[in-house]
Design a protein around this ligand. Structure first.
Ligand code: GLY
Length: 552
């Protein structure tokens, strides 16, 4: 079993008086989604209502990355209970997928057979009914309106539609997401009338409609007709789970991150656990970068080999302190250790998914990362419900030893089994310092974890310049392929040369990630937030006295 290591620093954040946030703040990947959340605050909703409205809205307005045909993780801080909790709304494998035999001959990415049982609507209903101030109707209103009246095509939409155009080919998908089978023009409207009806039923009857009611009936009929695997008993047995997040101390800060079936929390804890005694801030840039790369490599190797749904498989004690020390001793400061000298399976990367961060004036916080995977998910829309289905089955090791769409070759721990949840990299995270709290996350497949790691280290360094931290060029190593992927500008010419001299193979890649983060300064009550310049997102605040004001 996983045992979390304790740092030598005793961290007592409750000993300091906290000033509540002066404003409600929302940072998300789409302007309409940020607006929907701000409007909820105006109506007296709290952070959890805002998160519900945002998750529903962004699923309509950014269908490339999430939606009610998918799933995700909501990391919550419930201020009045002083409680941290993770809502696990990850998809579950349908029974008919058995042990993944179907994926020997059929795609686990494109088409209805690649869809697992969606979890998002269960998560959203739970958020509203257990933690929200407002009712379902109000929290769903904006999403229904956008589905009915449409959202405008953006550059991001065009880019992903161009990429997935050839698989958006069923009548329902093509009619909604393309115009006359072509990528729609910028500014043209995408309307989803059948999805609006489904959302209206959700507003009235809740998740029950989706898993046991009219929507369930329609979805199963479409699945049967079109070759999907989801059946009524799969929907009926879907379970939303409240899980304890992964919590660990690192050099005076407490990190609170997503638990399995997300690999995020454990991989962050392992990477930083390996470096527990290194004073990263005192090292030269090249030494610091080298150490981070080597630690990432070791932690990702374990991720791919050992992690899976902890309700199904036993996870070894990867965070054992002695083990972490041993791993640290394997790292040479002079040269990189080639991945080929380890025995394990390779990893990969991904794009799609979405993240948002929210804080309210009571100190409630939400970090949520949601996904339908791989740009428009399965590209299959259930015609009678208007739901774009995920292709999250591809996050399993559908064929042991063979790479999935992102080149991930994972172990048996993540093999397909009925009702099992597939391993994820989504890593919504809170980092608590003595006087400051950070709410962070991003899409980006297996690179999510290293992005959160780098942004978290920037936060720990001090200041409140969220925008500078999240827009800094990134680097990443995921064990295999044995290369340091990096954005342009991540390393100076001199640092590149020094890293190469240590044996690192550097591979420039195009920009990745779309991070949305908030800092709460607990001394002053000020909140600072930013949306990644790589995306189209917006961060905005709302106070009762003033109007909402975009900060990006
Ligand atoms: N579908 C992306 C992830 O869960 O990691």
């Amino acid at each position: 079993m996983i045992r979390l290591f304790l740092c030598c620093f005793l961290f007592i954040h409750t000993a300091f008086a906290e000033t509540l946030p002066q404003q409600n703040m929302v940072a998300s990947a789409h302007p309409l989604a940020t607006k929907a959340a701000i409007d909820i605050f105006k109506q007296g909703g709290n952070a959890f209502d805002a998160a519900a409205a945002l998750a529903l809205t962004i699923g309509v307005a950014e269908p490339t990355g999430s939606g009610i045909g998918g799933g995700g993780f909501f990391l919550l801080y419930i201020a009045k209970e002083n409680k941290y909790i993770m809502l696990d709304a990850r998809e579950m494998s349908p029974t008919l997928a058995r042990h993944g035999e179907i994926y020997q001959t059929k795609s686990s990415i494109d088409g209805p057979q690649s869809a697992a049982v969606p979890g998002l609507i269960a998560g959203i209903d739970h958020l509203i009914t257990k933690y929200g101030n407002l009712d379902r109707k109000r929290d769903t209103e904006a999403a229904i309106n956008i589905a009915k009246h449409g959202f405008k095509v953006s550059q991001h939409y065009q880019r992903v539609a161009q990429w997935r155009k050839d698989v958006l080919k069923t009548n329902a998908s093509k009619n909604i997401f393309l115009h006359q089978s072509k990528v729609p023009d910028i500014g043209s409207l995408i309307q989803q009338p059948e999805l609006a009806n489904t959302l209206e039923r959700f507003a009235k009857f809740g998740a029950d409609d989706f898993y046991r009611g009219e929507t369930a009936k329609r979805l199963v009929a479409d699945m049967k007709k079109d070759g999907g695997l989801i059946r009524a008993d799969d929907l009926e047995t879907y379970q939303l789970i409240e899980r304890e997040p992964v919590r660990f101390q690192y050099q005076g800060f407490e990190w609170i991150a997503a638990a399995l079936p997300s690999s995020g929390g454990i991989t962050l804890a392992e990477t930083l656990g390996i470096l527990k005694d290194d004073k990263l801030g005192k090292l030269s840039e090249v030494e610091r970068t080298h150490l981070l790369i080597e630690a990432m490599k070791l932690a990702y190797k374990d991720r791919n080999q050992h992690l899976g749904d902890s309700d199904f498989v036993t996870i070894p004690d990867l965070l054992n302190e002695k083990r972490l020390k041993k791993l640290r001793h394997q790292i040479s400061m002079n040269k990189t250790t080639p991945s080929s000298s380890f025995v394990a399976d390779p990893s990969g990367n991904g794009v799609d998914t979405t993240h948002f961060s929210i804080i309210d004036k009571e100190g409630n916080m939400v970090a949520a990362t949601l996904s339908i995977n791989y740009g428009f998910g399965s590209a299959y829309v259930s015609p009678s419900t208007g739901i774009l289905m995920n292709d999250e089955m591809d996050d399993f090791a559908t064929q042991i030893g063979k790479p999935n769409a992102y080149g991930l070759v994972q172990g048996k721990a993540n093999a397909v089994a009925p009702h099992k949840r597939m391993l994820s990299s989504m890593s919504p995270t809170f980092i608590l310092g003595k006087n400051r709290t950070f709410i962070v996350g991003t899409p980006g497949g297996s690179r999510i974890i290293s992005m959160v790691l780098l942004a978290g280290l920037e936060f720990m360094h001090g200041g409140n310049d969220v925008s500078a931290w999240i827009n800094k060029p990134r680097f990443h190593h995921q064990y295999l392929p044995d290369v340091v992927q990096h954005e342009q500008g991540a390393f100076s010419l001199q640092v590149s040369k020094q890293l190469q001299a240590k044996g690192h193979q550097l591979k420039p890649i195009r920009n990745y990630g779309n991070m949305h983060a908030i800092v709460w300064d607990k001394k002053t009550g000020q909140v600072f937030g930013a949306s990644d310049k790589r995306g189209e997102g917006v961060t905005a605040t709302f106070t009762v006295k003033t109007q909402s004001s975009p900060v990006k």
